[in-house]
Every structure is written in structure tokens, then in C-alpha cells.
Design a protein around this ligand. Structure first.
Ligand code: SF4
Length: 296
């Protein structure tokens, strides 16, 4: 059995940077008895969150920070790491007011979107965020403006565009949405609104992993898609592998390896943008070991 890894797989630059900052904070803090928290789970991957928890990095509930600070742990002197998705200005102020020291691990690409939103709002333009209103990144950018709105697809885009037909609009996409979904919303605004601009804020990380998977599918018989079951970009990789006509499994850990996987002579591995390297390595090792056991 031959194992082939996708050319680009696993953690993106922003998540890797946030994870390294949290690890470094935990290392420095433990020597001084300082507690370390992250603003929401740092990564959409339960194993990686559990690993950080074992290093003493605990997760603060984002909703509790927004609504009920009385139920938060005592944050005086503690470190709070802001995840790659970023956070609203009010959440950061609230954490600081509670005595926390902030380490801002917001992805530079998300910082750019936050800056653009503030910039257009200052110019008097209406900021229209295109993405999932429940996603941390969109909630964070929204919290850098005073009256931005969110559209999550053609229906809400049509309603918003009609209401804003005489208002200059600046469209800013969630970094992880699909280009075709953004293009559909842009088309609706172009057809309806007198003055508009659409900023290019989609991150290439998701597209690069998708393209690498398509290349990989040309070289293998079956493929393992590694990543959190709650990770949207991992779920999309799984969908693409099936669309390429390949036998595919979406797994989180090596414990999900089954004998059926090693019946193929060439098996591919790819991983979502929040999958840590150690999980990919464990899965590859488990495949090799299982294959050796079967050969013996
Ligand atoms: S997907 Fe892109 S924008 Fe999002 S954290 Fe990763 S590098 Fe940053």
C-alpha cells in the first residue's frame, strides 16, 4: 500500500500562529502561576483543544463573555488569547476591564477585514459582511463597526441591496466562504446598488487545500479526510473527494482507522485547515502499522 499526502494540507498560517502563541503563553505563564485562557475554542478540532487544555490553556465561553461576565472565572492577572477569528472591540474591552492581559492571535487576514470595515464606516459607506452571522469571524468584524449588516446568501443579499440601493456599500467576505457564493452576492449588489465595492478578502488557504485534494484524487484510489467533525472546511474537502468519485472517509483520529481502508493500493491523506500535524502523523503511522499487521 502506498500513502500519498496532499501537496497542501492541515493547519493554515492563521491557526498555526494562534496555536503557537497559546503554547508559548502557557509555557511562560506556568512558571509564574499565571492562568491562560482562549477566547472560545482556538481551533475547530477537539483533539487540539484537549491538548492545549492539558498544557493549562482553558477555553472561555464566547457567549458568556458577551452576556454574563459574572459567571466567568476570576480573570485578574490572567492571559486571554484571542483566536484567529478575532473578537469584537467590546469583548476585548470587557476582558481587559476584568483584569485580563490580552494576547491578540487574530489572523492577519482577519485583521485586514476588520480594518477595512472600520475604514469604510468612517467614509460613511454601509459595510455589508458576506458570510455566516453565527461564525466567530463575522461576529468579531461586526463588533468593529457600529452598524454593519450581514448577508448570508442570495435571499438576504436581495433584500439588503433593495434597501440600500442609494447608499454606497462596501462588501467584505468572510475569509472562508466559497468564491462562487461571494460572486453571487456581488452580482446582486452590482445589479441593484448605485455605488459599491467588493473587497477581495477570501483567504486562499481553503482554495489551496481544495485544489491540492483534486490533484491528489488523480493519484490515488481512496482518500482519508482528516479534521474535526465540526470543521466546515474539512466537511467541504470530504464532499469534494466524493464529487471526484473517490472512496472517502472523514475521520478525526487514528482510532477511526478500519481494515477496509488498507485494501486500496494507493491511499491519499489530506486534512482541514485546523488539523494539527501530530494527528495527521498518527493517522499515517496507524495505516502503516495496520498494513504491516495484515501482511504478517
Ligand atoms: S483560513 Fe485564512 S484567514 Fe482563516 S485563519 Fe487560516 S490563514 Fe487566516
Amino acid at each position: 500500500m502506498q500513502i500519498v499526502r496532499a501537496r497542501v494540507l492541515g493547519m493554515c498560517m492563521g491557526v498555526r500562529r494562534a496555536e503557537e502563541l497559546a503554547r508559548q503563553a502557557a509555557k511562560n505563564a506556568s512558571a509564574h502561576g499565571i492562568r491562560v485562557y482562549t477566547y472560545g475554542p482556538l481551533i475547530h478540532n477537539p483533539q487540539a483543544v484537549a491538548e492545549l487544555e492539558a498544557l493549562g490553556v482553558h477555553v472561555l465561553d464566547v457567549n458568556v463573555v458577551e452576556t454574563d461576565t459574572a459567571s466567568l472565572p476570576d480573570l485578574r492577572g490572567a492571559i486571554v488569547v484571542i483566536r484567529a477569528h478575532g473578537a469584537s472591540l467590546s469583548a476585548i474591552s470587557r476582558l481587559e476591564a476584568l483584569g485580563a492581559r490580552i494576547i491578540d492571535a487574530t489572523c492577519p487576514r482577519v485583521i485586514k477585514s476588520q480594518r477595512l470595515a472600520r475604514h469604510y464606516e468612517k467614509l460613511g459607506w454601509k459595510v455589508v459582511l458576506v458570510g455566516d452571522p453565527r461564525h466567530g469571524e463575522i461576529a468579531g468584524i461586526l463588533g468593529h463597526t457600529s452598524d454593519a449588516i450581514v448577508v448570508d446568501g442570495p435571499d438576504s443579499a436581495r433584500t439588503a441591496a433593495i434597501a440600500l440601493r442609494d447608499t454606497p456599500c462596501a462588501l467584505i467576505a468572510q475569509t472562508t466562504i466559497r468564491q462562487e457564493d461571494y460572486d453571487a452576492v456581488i452580482g446582486i449588489f452590482q445589479a441593484t446598488v448605485a455605488h459599491m465595492i467588493a473587497e477581495k478578502t477570501i483567504c486562499p488557504a481553503t482554495r489551496e487545500r481544495q485544489q491540492s485534494l483534486v490533484e491528489l484524487c488523480g493519484q490515488i484510489d481512496a482518500v482519508l479526510i482528516v479534521g474535526g467533525k465540526n470543521s466546515e472546511n474539512t466537511k467541504r474537502l470530504f464532499q469534494s473527494a466524493q464529487e471526484c468519485g473517490k472512496v472517502a472517509w472523514h475521520i478525526e483520529t487514528a482510532s477511526e482507522i478500519i481494515p477496509e481502508m488498507i485494501q486500496y493500493s494507493r491511499i491519499g491523506i489530506t486534512a482541514g485547515a485546523s488539523t494539527p500535524d501530530f494527528i495527521i502523523d498518527e493517522i499515517q503511522d496507524a495505516l502503516v502499522n495496520l498494513s504491516k499487521e495484515v501482511t504478517l
